[in-house]
Ligand binder design. Structure first.
Ligand SMILES: NC(=O)c1ccc[n+]([C@@H]2O[C@H](COP(=O)([O-])OP(=O)(O)OC[C@H]3O[C@@H](n4cnc5c(N)ncnc54)[C@H](OP(=O)(O)O)[C@@H]3O)[C@@H](O)[C@H]2O)c1
Length: 331
């Protein structure tokens, strides 16, 4: 048994949600096969929703968010894992209603963990985290639907955000011509450094139009924002191309018609990193550690500690984070 530090969100009697850093004990963690010493976690948009009491993410408070955790197994009741082994856990219920990676220890079912693949360090796995994993899942599904560098430019929306910045970097590394949609004028140079060939303003991408179709432009789209931007991108897909939809920071609704589907043969692909079966998660992690290893990962990292986390949560909710916030739990 041991004690550890954790970020904690509490629902006060007046309904407000407050944040603090508390000392906790292993005995307070839920049952599970693996007790893991979390070395790194990362900040995702969903953690911001959990930290502000969004009932679609977290219902039980007090709560420690953190949908991502990378660390070392301390105790294992499962034959597939042994103490000392490095593991990564993302998604499932971690950080939703199960205490998550914003604490120095988690206890989880073995079925949520993946052995850290050779070729990827613990910190690197959390520079990626759910956001980077999801970017790779989008690219994997788009390529499975036929997307290739020769298909044409690929649009990435919410491009300076977590999913967006990894998508821009990965696609550019794989030889795609990336067009990046951003609302941050001051970050155009950053996006070009990550590999974007062209920048599209958020306003232009969201421009209201009643036209059922737009000029055939995109060989593929990674959309992290939803709303008008998503469906404008669908209207601009080349014949037979696909859009991978993973996010909703602009809106969960889409102003859709069937025209792009029945006139251009295009596909709207759904992306879920949370309940994705563990075998498929393992496959994507192995790709990210091997053929899709991003050599410039450090360029995406902003270092966070338990003490600086609350400010970063406010920034991600305001759409102001750039790249990936990586939480170092030893600091
Ligand atoms: N399906 C899944 O499994 C899965 C997994 C991970 C994430 N997600 C979802 O993907 C989305 C992005 O997550 P994230 O962690 O990358 O968040 P993030 O770091 O906050 O990035 C979102 C980016 O979207 C842009 N943006 C913000 N507000 C906007 C608005 N009102 N209209 C248009 N663009 C806006 C901003 O980029 P610019 O300033 O560059 O435009 C922002 O940085 C979230 O909705 C998240 O829940 C889903």
């Amino acid at each position: 048994m041991g004690t550890f530090r954790a970020f904690r969100v509490t629902r006060e009697e007046d309904g407000r949600f407050t944040r603090s850093i508390v000392e906790r004990d292993d005995a307070e963690l839920p049952d599970g096969d693996l007790l893991v010493e979390v070395r790194y976690s990362s900040l995702n948009y969903k953690d911001g929703l959990s930290a502000t009491g969004n009932p679609g993410v977290t219902r039980n408070f007090p709560h420690t968010p953190g949908i991502d955790a990378a660390g070392v197994v301390l105790e294992s009741a499962d034959d597939h894992f042994h103490p000392g082994e490095e593991v990564v856990a993302i998604g499932f219920d971690l950080g939703m209603n199960t205490p998550g990676g914003f604490g120095q220890r988690v206890r989880i079912p073995a079925a949520w963990a993946v052995p850290l693949p050779d070729g990827l360090g613990l910190e690197e796995s959390m520079i990626l985290g759910t956001a980077g994993f999801t970017a790779a899942l989008c690219v994997d599904k788009l390529e499975g639907a036929g997307m290739k560098p020769a298909s044409g430019p690929v649009l990435v929306t919410g491009a300076t955000g977590g999913v967006g910045s990894v998508a821009v970097t990965l696609l550019a590394q794989l030889g795609y011509e990336v067009h990046a949609v951003t609302g941050k004028e001051a970050r155009h140079a950053y996006l070009r450094e990550l590999g974007a060939a062209e920048i599209v303003s958020r306003e232009a991408a969201a421009e209201a139009t009643r036209r059922p179709l737009l000029r055939e432009t995109w060989g593929g789209v990674v959309d992290t924002v939803g709303g008008d931007i998503l469906f404008n991108a669908v209207k601009g897909l080349k014949y037979g191309a696909s859009l991978a939809a993973c996010g909703l920071v602009a809106s969960p609704e889409i102003p859709a018609t069937v025209f792009p589907f029945i006139l251009r043969h295009v596909n709207l692909l759904g992306i879920d990193s949370v309940e994705l079966p563990i075998e498929e998660k393992t496959h994507i992690w192995e790709k990210l550690a091997g053929a899709w290893k991003i050599e410039s990962l450090a360029a995406l990292r902003e270092e966070l500690t338990l003490d600086t986390l609350s400010d970063a949560i406010d920034r991600i909710l305001a759409g102001q984070m750039v790249g990936r916030g990586v939480l170092d739990l030893a600091r």
